[in-house]
Design a protein around this ligand. Structure first.
Ligand SMILES: NC(=O)c1ccc[n+]([C@@H]2O[C@H](COP(=O)([O-])OP(=O)(O)OC[C@H]3O[C@@H](n4cnc5c(N)ncnc54)[C@H](O)[C@@H]3O)[C@@H](O)[C@H]2O)c1
Length: 328
């Protein structure tokens, strides 16, 4: 196994472009490939916007040595990359077809990583012949800001590959969390979709409006989550009380094993959310850019606050923590 300097990123949608910026800021030489030359031209502006935003809100990176080279030719990537990262469509056939196109990388023992949100790493590795070199790296959106990456082991992924991918994630300034079994949704999406299934159900049953469901999530347990995870919280509450609550509550929670009728009706009627103008909310009268900007600034502030909290706790001065957060 070789050290990683040149990182080949395939696909320049939401994840690919932002991942390129993360790798560049960490000093890697990025080879950014897209099959559509027009997109390759357009991505320059996207990269510029992302980098400027990061410089302004997270802080500039000086002399990282990182670069981004845009490529139309996958062969150049195959001949040079020490690592291949898939950021193309969430489709097993397309991802395996892509990974089959790197004979030189495979021969050199380059590492393959996939940003899949939940497809089987084992199946992807076996279908594309690179299972012994492949790990899942579930970056969260927005990838340039979210601090944690789930590193997913397929059945054929050796320990060495997992360790090297974890080191890679750390070198990006992010925290790797190992997912030891290749289960659908890994860790985060299993938790998130359990919450989303129940949220849909509350609206579907007329128990609360979408606005109120969101408000309760944001301003109750949502406020605690950055410092207390669900399991730690249960310990604080007391497992005996949790047990008693589960005796009457769980039977009433949503337990549908597929999309709910409400969701299927919405999509069949063209209510797809922000991109179609209507979902749970009416997006004609809302500004999606404002929502995304608010989300991103909140993440930057929250992370900076958590850093400061950790430092203060380590120095034994938790009460000195500046609760107003950074002045970004
Ligand atoms: N967007 C998210 O919130 C998010 C979060 C975590 C993981 N992911 C995963 O990351 C991956 C990429 O998602 P995204 O949101 O960036 O998608 P996207 O649609 O924004 O971008 C995908 C890009 O890949 C290109 N592409 C599609 N099929 C291709 C192929 N066969 N060959 C070459 N290029 C191809 C598309 O033209 C597009 O530019 C998916 O696997 C997705 O599940 C997405």
């Amino acid at each position: 196994m070789q050290s990683i300097r040149q990182v080949g990123i395939c696909g320049i949608g939401q994840m690919g472009a932002a991942a390129a910026v993360c790798f560049k800021r960490a000093g890697y030489e990025v080879l950014l490939w897209a099959r559509n030359p027009k997109k390759l031209d357009l991505v320059e502006q996207t990269l510029h916007t992302l980098e400027t935003w990061m410089d302004l809100n997270v802080g500039p990176v000086t002399d990282s040595g990182g670069t981004i080279r845009r490529l139309q030719n996958l062969k150049t990537l195959d001949e040079n990359a020490d690592l291949v990262m898939d950021c193309i469509a969430e489709d097993m056939g397309q991802k395996t077809e892509l990974f089959r196109r790197f004979p030189h990388c495979k021969a050199r023992g380059a590492i393959f990583i996939t940003t899949t949100s939940g497809l089987s790493i084992t199946e992807m590795g076996r279908l594309s012949g690179c299972g012994h070199l492949l790990a899942g790296t579930h970056f969260w959106n927005p990838p340039h800001l979210m601090p944690l990456v789930e590193v997913v082991r397929g059945e054929d992924t050796p320990d060495g590959v997992i360790e090297q991918v974890c080191q890679l994630v750390k070198s990006l300034g992010k925290i790797p969390v190992k997912v030891q079994r290749d289960v659908p949704g890994f860790i985060g999406n299993r938790l998130l979709h359990a919450l989303w299934r129940e949220s849909i159900n509350l609206v579907e049953r007329g128990i609360a409006t979408p606005e109120d469901v969101d408000l309760v999530a944001r301003l109750t347990f949502g406020l605690r989550l950055p410092v207390i995870g669900p399991l730690e919280n249960m310990d604080l509450v007391g497992l005996d009380l949790i047990e008693r609550i589960h005796q009457y509550l769980l039977a009433d929670l949503a337990d549908n094993h597929g999309p709910s009728e409400y969701l299927t009706k919405s999509t069949s009627e063209g209510r797809l959310g922000m991109k179609s103008g209507k979902g749970f909310y009416d997006w004609q009268s809302r500004n999606p850019e404002e929502v995304v900007q608010k989300r991103d600034i909140q993440i930057v502030h929250q992370l900076s606050f958590l850093d400061q909290l950790e430092t203060n706790l380590a120095e034994g001065k938790a009460s000195d923590t500046n609760l107003s957060g950074p002045s970004a």
